[in-house]
Design a protein around this ligand. Structure first.
Ligand code: COA
Length: 374
């Protein structure tokens, strides 16, 4: 990517001051000190590796966020090469994965395939390469096609799309995917990152941490929402139909996918980044026809949720515009959550490295509410 870089460097080594979000359900409990990122739910600010997400997304490549999270610098050729090498090495393992990639669900497939990796893959770069290769091979297999070997001369984002489509993507599509991968690369102590840190804290290995994280990301309350967001947009069809449809869902007691967040009390800053990325992709000639509908549905959902929960702000989260951006890039909705994992592997691995250095077991307490023996 061009135009990157001025002033973007690795984060300071000192641990940041930790704020504990009041709605976390674990008030007063700080699960970890981290220098990797900060999520400010009241102000809607996301800092990754010492930089605001708006400053990184669309400015640096996915490889660079892996570098920054690992304490290196933007454009570090060693990191770029190591991720490309990870793709090549992972592709060579495809024959030994048994039926792992035959699972109908992409996240099941990703979890099963990643579980086959040995410790030679236990670095952030190799795992980043492997998860992308497995996600792409699964998407190919689902379409009844053979996997395509990686091209290490391409960027991670461009090669991921090429391994799915069979041809190199336009610069605009690759740029949009890079923007997405950077945007979702890390996000504080989210559930899957927490899972990765818990696994690492036991002294277990990085592959196991990523396997646990993939299983955690799969859930619809975490990374499983963007496919259902697109289903919702399809079901609504036109901006005029949005309000009545949303009303019907709430009356039926169902949640609106892509709305609400455990930490953010304002609009998720990543929603704005991805909305802008979709707009930008549209300007390059790619069809982004769902953007108007998406905005109308967001407005309707926000209004209806405000009326139903006046005391609890429920605004668009990252998944809302993930759906419309990844759809415009040309990915099938079944590949949305695996693509989220491709990006978040950067954060999972960085947290695993950080947790390993802490060297302490994470072992939260529980409050017993059952009967006591007589
Ligand atoms: N649609 C409708 N109602 C919602 C809602 C949504 N998207 N999100 C929260 N609510 C409601 C809950 O039903 C609950 O109401 P109740 O008190 O009457 O039961 C109230 O708001 C508080 O919800 P709660 O589940 O306690 O909040 P949370 O912080 O645990 O939830 C999410 C955070 C993300 C799990 C939740 O907002 C959600 O399920 N969103 C939809 C799924 C999604 O987009 N996931 C991706 C997250 S990045």
């Amino acid at each position: 990517m061009e135009a990157i870089h001025s002033g973007i460097s690795a984060p300071p080594r000192e641990p940041s001051a930790n704020r504990v979000p009041s709605a976390s359900g674990l008030e007063g409990v700080v699960a970890a000190e981290t220098r990797l990122g900060e999520v400010d739910g009241e102000r809607g600010r996301l800092v990754i590796a010492g930089h605001d997400v708006e400053r990184l997304a669309g400015e640096i490549a996915f490889e660079d966020v892996v570098a920054l999270l690992g304490g290196s610098t933007v454009g570090d050729p060693i990191i770029h090469r190591a991720i490309a090498e990870g793709r090549v090495l992972a592709f060579a393992r495809l024959g030994g994965l048994g039926d792992a990639l035959d699972r109908p669900d992409g996240m099941d497939a990703l979890r099963a395939a990643t579980a086959h990796l040995d410790e030679s893959f236990a670095t952030p770069e190799r795992l980043a390469g492997a998860v992308a290769v497995f996600a792409a091979a699964w998407a190919r297999g689902r379409a009844g096609k053979a996997p395509i070997a990686p091209d290490p001369s391409l960027s991670h984002a461009a090669d991921y799309l090429r391994m799915i489509d069979g041809e190199a993507p336009s610069a605009a599509r690759a740029f949009a995917l890079d923007t997405y991968l950077v945007t979702v690369s890390d996000h504080g102590m989210n559930a899957s990152t927490f899972a990765a840190r818990v696994v690492t804290s036991t002294g277990s290995d990085m592959v196991s941490a990523v396997v646990a994280a993939i299983g955690t990301l799969k859930g619809p309350l975490h990374g499983g929402a963007p496919g259902p967001v697109l289903d919702m947009l399809d079901a609504i069809g036109t901006p005029e139909a949005a309000a009545a449809w949303i009303e019907g869902e709430l009356l039926a007691g169902r949640r609106i996918m892509g709305m609400g967040h455990r930490i953010y009390r304002v609009r998720d800053p990543r929603a704005a980044v991805l909305e802008l990325a979709t707009q930008r992709l549209g300007r390059s000639g790619v069809r982004t026809g769902r953007l108007d509908l998406t905005r109308a549905v967001e407005r309707a959902a926000e209004g209806a949720l405000r009326a139903k929960y006046p005391a609890r702000p429920l605004r668009a989260n990252v998944e809302f515009y993930t759906a419309v951006l990844l759809d415009a890039i040309g990915l099938d909705r079944t590949a949305f959550s695996p693509t989220f994992a491709v990006g978040r592997t950067a954060g999972w691995c960085a947290h695993a490295v950080e947790q390993r250095a802490v060297g302490k077991l994470i072992r939260p307490d529980s409050r017993y509410i059952g009967p006591m023996p007589a």
